[in-house]
Design a protein around this ligand. Sequence first.
Ligand code: NI
Length: 136
Amino acid sequence: MKVTVSRKAHFNAAHRLYRPDWDDAKNNEIFGKCNNPNYHGHNYEMIVSVTGKIDPETGYVMDVKVLKDLIRSEVENAFDHKNLNLDVPEFKNLNPTAENIVVVIWNKLRKHISTSLDLEVVLYETPRNFVKYAGE
Ligand code: NI
């Protein structure tokens, strides 16, 4: 029997999508408004889920307070009110698309979560656009 425990969190961050090896026309064509040279912000929302067996001693799959603190230290403190391109080392040479951001978040959290638990992260860049990564 496996149960999934989820925690919602959010951060606000700025980004710009572009490739320095492409000219302006190509960057505009591919990345549209997200290519704005002066950056722009998103209110990112995420749902972090861990799945595993219930510990018979505690009745927990994972203490949600521990998960909350982990999201705060690894994601919110690192990304909130930051310019992802300029302030976050993971995106120095990686386009901060929702796809790349969710993989970075997953990798940061995975290191600190028991290998007996499965981890999935859903990241909303807008209320209608979201991505999901579970480490495959
Ligand atoms: Ni954008």
